[in-house]
Design a protein around this ligand. Structure first.
Ligand SMILES: [Zn+2]
Length: 410
């Protein structure tokens, strides 16, 4: 598809892609996509958050619309397909209607959403939440772009957005007027490559519970002299906690549950630790993610029980620090069943897959919109210049999505 090449040419900086949220790169992508939409004869409009909506009018304009969307921003030094694939898929689907001279039963709206990558503004699906009128106003002045240090409101204003309208709750999209939100996105893990399948059907987007700054405090001592019962070993205690959680992870997997659990950071104090010392302090992080709230709660409860037990057993104290959390976003079961049937009928190889990363679809799903997501096979991960989607796989995903859209817009 020529548009992928145009986006690449306009936003490649050095080895990677740079489409900075509410900046030059994202703007360039929006200009290219809006131009293509005008060429297709779509109604093109933007909202107070500069999200771009490209609408193919349906026969009955009072019927709730189908929205197909994703984001056009990228991380710095990213790849060409993360986000953009979903927007261009939407355009490919409406181009199919144009080429065939068909009019869908209801409006099909392609949404190019702004500011999804937390790389620039560390907020929750900023563009999508603005479109739905549910961005907490505190983010407008509270979020600062990681490189410029300027606020979200400032960046919005610079490019013609309207922070005051957003503050007032202006919404371009009304969840009650959306029959379904559909997002195609490259997979950001190697599962589809490993399983040799072009397309994945997303069951849900994982929520998380995270303790970024947990600590364990015991007492330093002589590693040769101190018998076990006199130790207050912070490393041993923390390792016991991690082992308990990993054991439970395996149990949950055996039960067919969805979970990933990570200790992304664990450190003794380099000013005080040593190979011949019993360690008196450990700083660590805990990251628990699942598509199932019950699993998140089960692991969180176990974490608390495990630290109590380890504290008592080792004579140490734990402080988990502040917890951050995001609920899981379930994909619509009916849409998932329809896609499964359509894929079988069309002979497209698929598997069900949970999304570990967040996506705009989460903002729609938690906003009460029936939501479906399709993952496209992608090599070398994402958020790096080497991400790679085969156009043939993109074609299969679009074919599947177009079938679903046709079924929903009869
Ligand atoms: Zn993305």
């Amino acid at each position: 598809m020529r548009l992928f090449e145009d986006l690449d040419a306009a936003t490649r900086v050095g080895p990677g892609i740079r489409r900075d949220s509410y900046g030059e790169g994202e703007n360039a992508a929006h200009v290219i996509v809006a131009e293509a939409a005008r060429d297709l004869g779509l109604d093109v409009t933007t909202d107070a958050g500069l999200n771009l909506f490209m609408t193919l009018p349906g026969r009955d304009r009072d019927r709730p619309a189908i929205v197909i969307g994703s984001h056009l921003d990228s991380v710095d030094n990213g790849g060409n397909f993360d986000g953009a694939a979903g927007v261009l898929a939407g355009l490919a689907i409406v181009a199919g209607y144009r080429d065939a001279g068909r009019t869908p039963g209801c409006d099909i709206k392609v949404a190019a959403l702004r500011c999804e990558e937390a790389h620039w503004f560390d907020g929750p699906y900023v563009g999508a939440n603005i479109a739905l009128g549910k961005l907490d106003a505190m983010y407008l002045d509270g979020l600062r772009r990681s490189d410029t240090g300027r606020t979200l409101a400032d960046h919005l204003r610079e490019h013609g957005g309207d922070p005051d309208a957003i503050r007032g709750g202006a919404a371009h999209l009304d969840p009650d007027r959306i029959a379904a939100y559909l997002e195609l996105h490259i997979e950001q893990a190697p599962v589809l490559v490993e399983r040799d399948l072009p397309v994945g059907l997303v069951t849900g987007i994982r929520g998380y519970r995270r303790y970024a700054n947990a600590t364990c405090r015991g007492a330093y001592g002589h590693s040769g002299a101190l018998p076990r019962i006199y130790r207050h070993d912070a490393v041993a205690a923390t390792v016991d906690v991690i082992a308990r959680l990993r054991e439970e992870w395996r149990r949950i997997e055996d039960e067919g549950g969805d979970l990933v659990f990570t200790v992304g950071r664990i450190a003794t104090d380099p000013d005080h630790d040593g190979p011949s010392k019993v360690p008196g302090a450990v700083d660590f992080s805990i990251d628990i993610r699942s598509t199932d709230t019950a699993v998140l709660t089960r692991m969180d409860d176990l974490l608390h029980a495990a630290i109590d037990e380890a504290a008592a057993g080792h004579g140490v104290t734990f402080d988990l620090g502040e917890r951050s959390a995001n609920p899981p976003a379930a994909m619509d079961a009916d849409l998932l069943a329809k896609m499964t049937r359509a894929a079988d009928d069309a002979g497209i190889g698929t598997m069900e897959i949970a999304s570990g990363a967040g996506h705009d679809a989460a903002a729609f799903a938690t906003g009460g919109v029936p939501t479906a997501m399709i993952f496209i096979r992608n090599r070398h991960g994402s958020h790096n210049p080497d991400e790679h989607m085969e156009m043939a796989d993109f074609g299969e995903a679009v074919r599947l999505a177009a079938g679903l859209v046709a079924e929903l817009t009869v």
